[in-house]
Ligand binder design. Sequence first.
Ligand SMILES: [Fe+2]
Length: 280
Amino acid sequence: MNEKPKMDEKLYFTSTRASQLNFARHPSNTLPNEKMIEYKLEAEKRFGNFLFVPLDIPVIKDDLFVEWYWENAKPVKKLNSDVATRRTDLESFVSVDVAEEGSWVFKQTNPFQNPWSLNYRTDFSKLFPRLTEQLYEYFPVKTLDSYAIWSSIESIPAHRDDAVFLDFPSSFRIMLHDENPAPTLFVEEYKPNNNVPVPDTKKYVPRLDDTNSFVWNNLRSRHGSDYLGNRKILVLFRYFLLDWEKYFSLMDRSISKYSDHCLKSNLTLNDFVKIEDDML
Ligand SMILES: [Fe+2]
């Protein structure tokens, strides 16, 4: 894409992480601020060096959904530049975006500031109750306020999402459907202000018999996908309130069950953000 660097990434990661450590505006959050910061720092300490982890969650699947999706997904238009890309002429995906009628996300989001156009369906949980229940049953969330179901229609260069810059894996994904002969979605570690990846860290999301859910660290890694003309459908969690105890136990289980498939970082948090000595 030949984009010139538009910002000092390390400074951007530092200030975004600092504000996300203190962010507590979710309407369902009942945790005192200090407790929430404590959980976030504990997650960074325990899981910061995991770039990618397959999750110990049974295969999420609904064959009826797949046909419905192709009939209802709409092209996503890039409306504004963001950390993922400054370009606004892209139509790289089709999507269905899910949120409940009356959800706070409709009150909080200014559609003109959103980097992507949205194709919200507020009837999704009624159309696919079992699929929706599975998300709440297995994923470590107290509320899942909005998620996107995307299918890429061209190759996606390695990028970070305009999402979480805390140092633990929290970019949840489910590969709901994939017609490719081999995996096409990858994760790779990149230091800030550096377009050369850390050697030997590129990992294609493995196909496992017993799970199609996984999570990656958006601070330390970029992700992208190859497009070979075949259809795939990926769920990405956008707004959710984490259930911290459930998250810790899911991560512990997943790391021990899928130790051969995890991708680990040999760098430290200091390589990605500037932290004061007293925060270490
Ligand atoms: Fe992305």
